[in-house]
Design a protein around this ligand. Structure first.
Ligand code: PEP
Ligand code: MG
Length: 314
């Protein structure tokens, strides 16, 4: 039975009614990439590249980044990996890029906002990513995007990096944004012409939608990713993305088997989860039959509370 489970984990996952769902892994180290390969992950839907930047006095060199990203892709057998650009800020400060103290770091200079303020760091990372993208399939993803202008500015930096590396457009490079800010979820259709994919970061999207800080235990009960408001925003992203742009979920909700049915029914086609969650989520996908449950989305969108969303899902 152990062997059967292992084989199933390494096979692709489709729903009972035949929709292929990518079950990818979230990575924060080369070691994670090895664990993800063991678990049968379909590549990586989120590399948290900040692990290369935190707890050190100097930023990583371009060469160090290239070596690390290539090692991750290699550990996953050359499957596509999604490199999220540096996602730090007030709550995760960098010693080599000190910023003024902020009273509300989660509402401050973090994610792409910080990258656009620390252009040297950002441009070095983009050159590393573009170089790697000439050798292996890479998706690049910008975190904490709020406005279309931010995305367009980030894309200009990416174009400059492509020019600076000097080998033309990397053939397999895909560009996407994380949807973590409610404003971005509401404006998905406006972002769509400028990206290949969206990835919903339900951890931050929940925090910002419910105004309940992630990790603050006194408001943890409010910060429920199955709150109808968050479900409504996820639906909005799937509708706004249209049929030609992949919508992924890479927040913790992707690893919650209660939610798999709903996410797939809404149109999510990639779930990126911790390496150990890949086999159970593939199993959950195989148990889903969207056509057999046509009112599921409607019932969840009409629910008044997270509890009634859960009730509709069980
Ligand atoms: C998220 O916010 O859901 C996410 C995946 O990003 P992180 O947890 O790294 O903030
Ligand atoms: Mg986030």
């Amino acid at each position: 039975r152990g062997e059967l489970a292992r084989v199933a984990a390494h096979e692709s996952a489709s729903t009972a009614d035949g929709t292929r769902i990518l079950v990818a892994a979230n990575l924060g180290s080369v070691e994670d990439a090895r664990a993800a390969a063991e678990s049968g992950a379909d590549g990586s839907g989120l590399v948290r590249t900040e692990f290369l930047y935190l707890d050190r006095a100097e930023p990583p060199t371009v060469d160090e980044q290239i070596d690390t990203y290539l090692a991750m892709a290699d550990a996953l057998g050359g499957q596509r990996i999604t490199l999220r650009t540096l996602d730090v800020g007030g709550d995760k400060p960098l010693p080599f890029a000190p910023q003024p103290a902020e009273e509300n770091p989660f509402l401050g200079l973090r994610g792409l906002r910080l990258a656009l303020a620390e252009k040297t760091l950002f441009d070095d990372q983009l050159r590393a990513i573009v170089t790697v993208a000439h050798q292996t399939p890479i998706s690049i993803m910008f975190p904490m995007v709020t406005t279309v202008d931010e995305l367009l500015t980030a894309r200009e930096h990416l174009d400059d990096a492509i020019t600076s590396v000097g080998r033309g457009d990397p053939a397999g490079l895909e560009v996407g944004i994380m949807i973590e800010v409610p404003a971005a979820a509401l404006k998905t259709a406006a972002f769509a012409p400028h990206v290949n994919f969206f990835s919903i970061g339900t951890n931050d999207l929940t925090q910002y939608t419910l105004a309940a800080e992630r990790g603050n235990t006194s408001v943890a009960a409010l910060a429920d990713p199955l709150d109808p408001a968050v479900v409504t925003l996820i639906n909005r992203v799937c509708r706004g993305a249209g049929p030609d742009r992949l919508v992924a979920v890479c927040g913790e909700l992707a690893a919650d088997e209660t939610a798999t049915d709903l996410l797939v029914a809404l149109g999510v086609r990639e779930l990126s989860v911790a390496p150990r969650a890949v086999p159970p989520i593939k199993q959950a996908v195989r148990g889903i039959n969207v056509t057999a449950n046509p009112r599921l989305v409607e019932r969840c969108l009409e629910a008044d509370t997270a509890a009634s969303v859960r009730a509709a899902l069980t």
